[in-house]
Design a protein around this ligand. Structure first.
Ligand code: CP
Ligand code: NVA
Length: 301
């Protein structure tokens, strides 16, 4: 494994390897056992969109591994003034040992990997959010013990999170159902792959998707970059909400995940959010451990 560009590039064995290492690094951190695997290594973190969790967890994670994180905002970089990503990749490869990038187009992340000569990590694009879903899988395994006989359902927009959850769930043997309005389905090629490789359902009915689910997941109705569509999306997505009545259709011990930030009373009620806060904030914490595992996997000599 040379990069983390999207989950569909990884084998189930590679995903399991990252999750096992993440569990170990979490144990070592909690028990004060040093794990400075990346002493002397530098990670550039390019942000073309806002972030709380991704920025802080990568920055702290890199420090805990003995390395040095650099926060690079596109407001200040020449990339924000039109310097081609092909050139940025070749320049930064001369200074750094790895790059994490959060941006709009998936092609920009793929181009960094193509033209650069160091590991590239996707910290979210419009297409996918692999780091988040590795943390989500880690949290599911922690709470449920294994991935056996589990149904995951996603309620809402077929966005970057839906794409990555669908791939991650199917690769690890979970069944996956998404409920979304017509026209807001996940990526067509990924849906085709999911239906050929596992148990997959895409429906407009939230009830059908949530029936007997072990894990319910949702995300914002309007993602970063879709600010102009907020009003229209609020109307379109009405009813695509995790609430008490939907929870009553799922398994009694169902867990709820949300990558955050959350909009209460839109995609999830405050009541369900607070009832499942323990899982949701474990999920946020696990960003740190899962990403440290990714950094070690890609950057350790
Ligand atoms: N979930 C997530 O990626 O959060 P941030 O946008 O705060 O990084
Ligand atoms: N779908 C959301 C995820 C934020 C972490 C977005 O892209 O804005």
């Amino acid at each position: 494994m040379k990069h983390l560009l999207k989950l569909s590039d990884l084998t189930p064995e590679e995903i399991t390897g990252i999750l096992d290492l993440a569990d170990q690094l979490k144990y070592e951190k909690k028990n004060g056992i040093p794990h400075e695997h990346l002493k002397g290594k530098s990670l550039g973190m390019i942000f073309e969109k806002s972030s709380t969790r991704t920025r802080v967890s990568f920055e702290v994670g890199m420090q805990e591994l003995g390395g040095y994180p650099l926060f690079l905002s596109s407001n200040d970089l020449q990339i924000g003034r039109g310097e081609p990503v092909q050139d940025t990749a070749r320049v930064l490869s001369r200074y750094l040992d790895g790059i994490m990038i959060r941006t709009f187009a998936q092609s920009e992340v793929e181009d960094l990997a193509k033209y650069g000569s160091i590991p590239i990590i996707n910290g979210l694009t419009d297409y996918c959010h692999p780091c988040q879903v590795l943390a989500d899988l880690m949290t599911i395994r922690e709470h449920k013990g294994s991935f056996k006989n589990l149904k995951m359902c996603f309620i809402g927009d077929g966005n970057n999170m839906a794409n990555s959850l669908m791939v991650g769930a199917i690769k690890m043997g979970l069944s996956f159902a998404i409920a979304c309005p017509k026209g807001y389905e996940p990526d067509a090629d990924l849906m085709k792959w999911a239906s050929e490789n596992g148990e997959f359902l895409c429906t407009e009915s939230v009830e059908e998707a949530a029936k007997d689910a072990d894990i319910l997941v949702t995300d914002v109705w309007a993602s970063m970059g879709q600010e102009a569509e907020i009003a229209e999306r609020k109307k379109t997505f009405e009813g695509y909400q995790i609430n008490a009545s939907l929870m009553s259709l799922s398994k009694a011990d169902a867990m709820v995940l949300h990558c955050l930030p959350a909009h209460r009373e839109e995609e999830i009620t405050a009541e369900v959010f607070e009832a499942h806060a323990a899982e949701i904030f474990d999920e946020a914490e696990n960003r740190l451990h899962a990403q440290k595992a990714v950094l070690v996997t890609l950057m350790k000599d």
